[in-house]
Design a protein around this ligand. Sequence first.
Ligand SMILES: C[S@@+](CC[C@H](N)C(=O)[O-])C[C@H]1O[C@@H](n2cnc3c(N)ncnc32)[C@H](O)[C@@H]1O
Length: 314
Amino acid sequence: MPKPKISKPDLTCTHPDTGVIAAVRIGDCREQLLKFQQVKDQSVDLVFADPPFNWARDYDRHETGDAWDDAAMSRKEYLDFTYAWLDLCAQSLSPTGSMWVNIPDDSAAEIVVHLKSIGLHMVNWCIWHYRFGQNTKGKFINSKVHALYFCKDPNNRTWNSDPILEESDRRAVYGDLRTESKKDGMPAGMRVPMDVWYGPYWGRIQGNNKERRAKHDNQLPELYLHRVIACSSNPGDTVLDPFLGSGTTGVIAHAMERHFIGTEYSKPNAEMAFERIVDGPVRALGALRGESTAIQEQRVKRRVPRKKPLAANG
Ligand SMILES: C[S@@+](CC[C@H](N)C(=O)[O-])C[C@H]1O[C@@H](n2cnc3c(N)ncnc32)[C@H](O)[C@@H]1O
């Protein structure tokens, strides 16, 4: 198959203050991705992908009739599709690049095995935990999605812990003074978050959640993308999302001074996501830095005062 030519993206904008560019192409990511120069040049610093799950999800909430049919593929076809986009994304990475995949239980194992087989290295197998899963009586209620974190070179990957630090349980629950003079180089009382993610503003985006966009039922929380983008890229880097959906990755990347490139099969989805990228995030990004996610009650009177609660923009 001939390689597609670089062409102008369908939607582009430049951030008025920072000058970073967001560019979106409409169509199947397997055809559209190679039209980006950054993909061809292998200069993408971070890929975040939240693919269709083959669960017969309705991606045609605009009722155009030409949206992605999430029920059309057999299991084999779905896995072949999955491996095709994974390969394209992995090939786009810069030498220090990382790739994150948001995926439920049924395909996580296959994706992990495939990414290892093409030479990527697993850094973390994180879990996004939420409390409002679908009720089930005959088996345990599902309350998680996997956030698979891979990199190209385990000895040379972009990693920033400082913007994502949280208060350690040792300080929040026990008020342990030893956490105030840490020997591991971390600021007093702080730690890198654990690999199970939950907390205020980490729930599924539904009901009257302020972040919720019309005509999307699988939107990720802004804080999830803030964490991924903050730890795995730097201002001025390029972030890629092949499955834009309501645009969460683009919104946060653009607001965090990263260049953004993305693809989306459905034209109305892409256009609405783009409007959201221009509007910017709802939450005050980074406002939860230093907060505690402890689930135990505080056992000892605090010696260090609690941070003020999260302020939101809207
Ligand atoms: C799970 S949603 C992404 C949600 C997104 N992370 C958010 O926060 O809104 C998947 C999206 O991928 C799009 N999609 C499905 N197959 C695609 C393909 N082959 N190429 C590009 N986009 C595709 C669907 O239209 C849908 O909007």
